[in-house]
Design a protein around this ligand. Structure first.
Ligand code: SAM
Length: 233
C-alpha cells in the first residue's frame, strides 16, 4: 500500500488532478447511505470527504451534513465546486476531530480506511467516530471478496498510487468495528444494476425502493464495497 495515502500534502496534489473527475460522477455513497438511514436521522458528519460530492448531495436532500478532510486543498476545491455548502466543509484530521462529543447522529466515510495499512490508525478514527456520534458509525470499505475489482485496482496502481489501497473482507471490518458498536450490520454497496439506476435515474426514492427490495439477494462477490454500520443500541 502506498505510504502516500496517509500524507495530506500528497492528497492535496492528487485532488488537483482528480477532483473534477470525482465530482462529475454520481455520489454513490450518498444514495446508498440514504437507503439505510433510519427515520429521524438528520445531522451527519463525513470524514475523509475528498471531493465532498456525497456531503454536498446529502445537504441538497435536506440532511445537515458537515464534511471534513485533512487536505486543505481538497476542502478549497470543494468549496469552489459547491459554494452553497462551503461553510459546512472543514479541514480536519479524522483521528483528532474538532467537534464536541455526541455532536452528530451518524458519522461516516467511504474509502478512508483504504488509506491505512496500520490498524492503529483505523482504531484512532473509530474511537473519534464513536465519540462524536449519537446513533451509529458507518465505515464503507473496498470489498476484498470482489476479485475482479481487486485485479483492476492492482493494474491501475502500476501507474497511479491512488489505487494502491487496502481491501477488507467482511470478517475483518466486523472485527475492527465490534468494540465500538452494540450491533453491526453489513450492507452491500455498488452492485451493477443499482449503480446504473443511480447513474441514469438520479432518483433517490426509486433507488431506495429498489435497494430495500433487492439488496439481501445481492452477491457479495459482485459488490464494489461493504457499508458497515455499527449501531450503538
Ligand atoms: C479515497 S479518498 C475518499 C474519496 C471520497 N469518498 C469521495 O468520494 O470523494 C480518501 C480521502 O481521505 C482523506 N484522508 C486520508 N487520511 C485522512 C485523515 N487521517 N484524516 C482526514 N482525512 C484523511 C484523503 O485526503 C482523501 O481525500
Amino acid at each position: 500500500m502506498g505510504t502516500n495515502l496517509t500524507d495530506p500534502k500528497w492528497w492535496s496534489t492528487a485532488w488537483q488532478t482528480h477532483h473534477q473527475r470525482y465530482v462529475s460522477r454520481p455520489s454513490y455513497q450518498a444514495y446508498y447511505l440514504d437507503c439505510i438511514l433510519p427515520k429521524g436521522v438528520k445531522q451527519l458528519l463525513e470524514l475523509g470527504a475528498g471531493s465532498f460530492r456525497d456531503t454536498a448531495q446529502l445537504n441538497k436532500w435536506g440532511y445537515e451534513c458537515t464534511g471534513t478532510d485533512f487536505s486543505p486543498e481538497a476542502v478549497a476545491l470543494a468549496q469552489r465546486t459547491y459554494p452553497r455548502w462551503a461553510d459546512r466543509f472543514h479541514t480536519a484530521d479524522a483521528t483528532t476531530l474538532p467537534f464536541e462529543s455526541r455532536s452528530f447522529d451518524i458519522s461516516f466515510h467511504s474509502g478512508l480506511f483504504a488509506c491505512f495499512d496500520d490498524d492503529a490508525m483505523i482504531h484512532a478514527v473509530l474511537q473519534e467516530q464513536a465519540r462524536v456520534s449519537r446513533v451509529a458509525i458507518v465505515c464503507t470499505v473496498h470489498n476484498a471478496l470482489n476479485a475482479t475489482l481487486k485485479e483492476q485496482f492492482r493494474r491501475q496502481a502500476e501507474s497511479d498510487p491512488l489505487y494502491q489501497i487496502r481491501f477488507f473482507a467482511p470478517e475483518e471490518i466486523t472485527q475492527l468495528m465490534r468494540p465500538y458498536s452494540a450491533r453491526l450490520s453489513l450492507y452491500p454497496f455498488g452492485a451493477l444494476w443499482c449503480n446504473r439506476l443511480i447513474k441514469y435515474g438520479r432518483n433517490r426514492l426509486l433507488t431506495r425502493w429498489y435497494y430495500r427490495l433487492t439488496h439481501k439477494r445481492w452477491r457479495w462477490e459482485s459488490c464494489e464495497r461493504i457499508m458497515a454500520v455499527g449501531w450503538f443500541s
